[in-house]
Write a protein that binds this ligand. Structure first.
Ligand SMILES: Cc1cc2nc3c(=O)[nH]c(=O)nc-3n(C[C@H](O)[C@H](O)[C@H](O)COP(=O)(O)OP(=O)(O)OC[C@H]3O[C@@H](n4cnc5c(N)ncnc54)[C@H](O)[C@@H]3O)c2cc1C
Length: 370
């Protein structure tokens, strides 16, 4: 079978790896002039890591990432509220490096760059893509083209992104921090804001600052303006923001859990295009990897019966994606209050949570069916 994959982000390149290993012929179309990503970090979960291992990418991935042992939620003074009862929560990697890992298995004739796909025709037995006045025929198409997917807008119009009213600023800094802050992911909560950071493989740091959208009268403020917003937080926030080499903001949306199909006749959706979640539990990329893996597994099982394969894929993935989507959305809302007494109550509750509760949640988030 010949398969077109539209989108060369985490979902598209993961799908390429999974389908190639399952013996399918693939071609990836990416609109940008290169496979790349924004200048920020990403945490890849332990479940997704098991899949990378199945794709023989474990060693190259480990060489470019570092393990993060625990997530620590703190108050604005960086005093611990709760720590995950884990020895490993995932791996910290630069996004561009993750893309490099995923694209490393692709031959040059397996992808086309500068190729925005807009003209798609689906017939009884083929999908036809028109690009630069040429027509290309495939047995089916994987739409892995992100939350703004024009393919979803055309073929699955009912599914629409939702505004979640958070704005995330992200950056990478050259600063070094005390040893006690290494190998863990920290997030400070308070005053309707959050500020997080985790180490990069070279010992430098990724950081992120989260504001409630309604609090941001003008998103366009600069580094000094952002630092000002966090001046009552622990001084590490000022250190990380002021020494940052990259700096940009993203208004967050997700694709709320829905009951619509994840496929039409010969088009199937993977990643943010169909199950984008908020970044709050750092799972969107890992979920894209899980979907890519399951899609290949279902196709291998049902061979040429596309409908059965797509239905199997959706049955196997929908419940987990919904759990992640809902958990992430709720978790994100939990860290934002205007009143200090609400934080006090929340922190007391979090401190009282039994370790087994958190362990089970983390286990469920990272569970993959290999
Ligand atoms: C602030 C923030 C922090 C996050 N942190 C984490 C984290 O720590 N861990 C985690 O797992 N996830 C995280 N995520 C989520 C993660 O980034 C996404 O889930 C993931 O990048 C989605 O990948 P994707 O390939 O589905 O979509 P995208 O990354 O959007 O890729 C889509 C690709 O398709 C291309 N494209 C679009 N339309 C077309 C077209 N018509 N033709 C050709 N090409 C096209 C685009 O150029 C792009 O390259 C975070 C997200 C945000 C916003």
């Amino acid at each position: 079978m010949k398969i077109a994959i539209v989108g060369g982000g985490i979902a598209g390149l993961s799908t390429a790896n999974a389908l190639k290993l399952a013996g399918f012929q693939i071609h990836v179309y990416e609109q940008a002039p290169a496979f790349t990503e924004v200048g920020a970090g990403i945490l890849i979960g332990t479940g997704a890591m098991q899949i990378l291992e199945q794709w023989n990418l474990k060693n190259i991935f480990l060489a470019r990432s570092i393990p993060i042992k625990q997530t620590v939620i703190t108050n604005t003074s960086l005093q611990k509220v709760v720590t995950t009862p884990t020895s490993l929560v995932g791996y910290s990697i630069h996004r561009a490096e993750l893309i490099n890992v995923l694209k490393s298995t692709l031959a040059s004739d397996e992808y086309t760059l500068n190729a925005r796909i807009e003209d798609i025709e689906v017939t009884e037995d083929k999908v036809c893509i028109s690009l630069n006045n040429e027509k290309y025929y495939y047995d089916f198409l994987v739409a892995a083209n992100g939350i703004n997917s024009n393919i979803r807008n055309q073929f699955l119009q009912q599914v629409k992104p939702r505004q979640v009213q958070q704005v995330w600023w992200r950056g990478i800094t050259k600063t070094k921090l005390p040893e006690a802050l290494e190998s863990k992911m920290f997030e400070m909560w308070g005053m309707n804001k959050r500020f997080g950071f985790m180490q990069k493989p070279d010992g430098e740091y990724f950081w992120w600052a989260i504001l409630w959208e309604k609090e941001v009268a003008d998103n366009q403020f600069d580094r000094t303006g952002l630092a000002e917003k966090f001046k009552q937080f622990h001084p590490v926030t000022q250190q990380l923001i002021s020494s940052s080499t990259t700096f940009f903001d993203t208004t967050i949306r997700d694709v709320k859990t829905h009951n619509y199909a994840w496929h039409t006749k010969r088009i199937v959706f993977v990643g943010d295009a169909i199950h984008a979640c908020t970044p709050d539990i750092a799972q969107g990329g890992s979920q894209a990897i899980e979907s890519a893996y399951q899609l290949a597994k279902s196709l291998q099982q049902y061979k040429t019966d596309l409908n059965k394969a797509f239905e199997d894929y959706v049955i196997k993935r929908k419940k987990k994606a919904a759990f992640i989507n809902d958990t992430s959305y709720r978790f994100g809302r939990m860290g934002h209050y205007k009143e200090q007494w609400k934080y006090n109550l929340l922190f007391t509750t979090l401190r009282l949570l039994p370790g087994s509760f958190l362990r089970n949640k983390i286990k469920k988030i990272n569970a993959v069916d290999l």
